[in-house]
Design a protein around this ligand. Structure first.
Ligand SMILES: N[C@@H](CSCCS(N)(=O)=O)C(=O)O
Ligand SMILES: [Mn+2]
Ligand SMILES: [Mn+2]
Length: 320
């Protein structure tokens, strides 16, 4: 199969204030230093690295239970602008986190460039608490509530968030890998009729059937660009332990990579988030490396790498 990937536009978002465990801001540089860009080029993908975003210092104050509100809003506004620019440059965007609150800016900016899109959210968690249902106050558990049209009336006005306009319909969202969902989130998912393949469905159907049904479901109403938001904690913590909210019973490495291989083959993949890699949370360097290597392999699968092997389209056998 041709290894001619597309072109990747890489954005580093070294941001951690959507949660409270230090270290996740080291994710982008650790993923780069593990060879992501070189491996993408080796498989025939053009790569442009837009570097790490510089986030303004803003007050870290809380609003009630909500932590670092203005900082989260400001960082995501900056990310939204950057994502739009990368998409307008014609790349498949790759946002390296950083915590999952960054999906607010990533998906918002992607939609600003392409209009309507669909989202595949691969995660142990639904990240769909509203600012009024969260029990932790962490914004990495709330991004989806700012993006869905159907929840707009349930989200209060917050400092530095007025720029966010909902850009996603519940019918264009699919979750894969859920296994730690709060009661309020479960209510929201059922109320909105969101398509969910929890880890139980992965067990029941197998990952190949899950991906077939995901793609059939998302393309029923026309083929929209796909935004894949991949939280590394979707994968089992035995494989990716260096992350802030690990949950046992996760996706195997093989299932995790199959998801990206399958989406890449649809030709609809338009942007990818890879978030919640926290190099400071591995007990050993091997733990960190296993987590980071898995993140790199997931991303390579997004750009047409196949485990069966690849070769350049213009490859010819050497003659004697
Ligand atoms: N549901 C909990 C945990 S959310 C975990 C966020 S993430 N991005 O999946 O690690 C909350 O709202 O804080
Ligand atoms: Mn998660
Ligand atoms: Mn998440």
């Amino acid at each position: 199969v041709s290894s001619r990937g597309r072109s990747a536009g890489i954005i580093g978002a070294a941001f951690w204030r959507g949660q409270s465990r230090l270290g996740v801001h080291e994710g982008p540089d650790r993923i780069r230093s593990s060879g992501l860009l070189e491996r993408l080029k080796q498989q025939g993908c053009a790569v442009k690295d837009y570097g790490n975003l510089v986030f303004d210092d803003v007050d870290e104050s809380s609003v009630g239970l909500l932590k670092s509100v203005a900082a989260v809003g400001g960082a995501n506004r900056r990310l939204s602008e950057a994502m739009k620019a990368v998409k307008m440059d014609g790349h498949t965007a790759v946002m390296l986190g950083g915590d999952h609150s960054l999906a607010i800016g990533s998906i918002h900016g992607h939609s600003a460039a392409v209009g309507e899109l669909s989202v595949v959210w691969v995660d142990a968690h639904a990240d769909i608490n509203t600012p009024l249902t969260t029990y932790t106050g962490n914004f990495h558990g709330q991004p989806m509530s700012f993006l869905l049209h159907e929840l707009h009336s349930k989200v209060p006005v917050l400092p530095n968030f007025s720029w966010v306009k909902p850009c996603l319909s519940a019918k264009d969202l699919v979750y894969i890998g859920l296994r730690d969902v709060d009661p309020a989130e479960h209510y929201i998912l059922k109320m909105l009729g969101v398509k969910v393949f929890s880890i139980s469905e992965v067990d029941r159907l197998g990952v190949a059937r899950v991906m077939e049904e995901t793609c059939d479901y998302l393309t029923t109403r026309g083929k929209k660009p796909v935004h894949l938001s991949y939280d590394i904690d979707a994968i089992d913590p035995s494989v990716t332990p260096a992350t802030g909210t690990p949950v046992v019973g996760g996706l195997t490495y093989r299932e995790g990579v199959y998801i990206t291989e399958h989406l890449s083959q649809t030709g609809l993949l338009s942007a990818v988030d890879l978030v919640e890699v926290n190099p400071q949370l591995g007990k050993t360097e091997a733990d960190v490396q296993s987590t980071v290597n898995t993140a790199v392999d997931l991303l390579l699968g997004c750009f047409r790498r196949l485990r069966e092997g690849n070769h350049p389209t213009d490859y010819t056998l050497p003659e004697p």
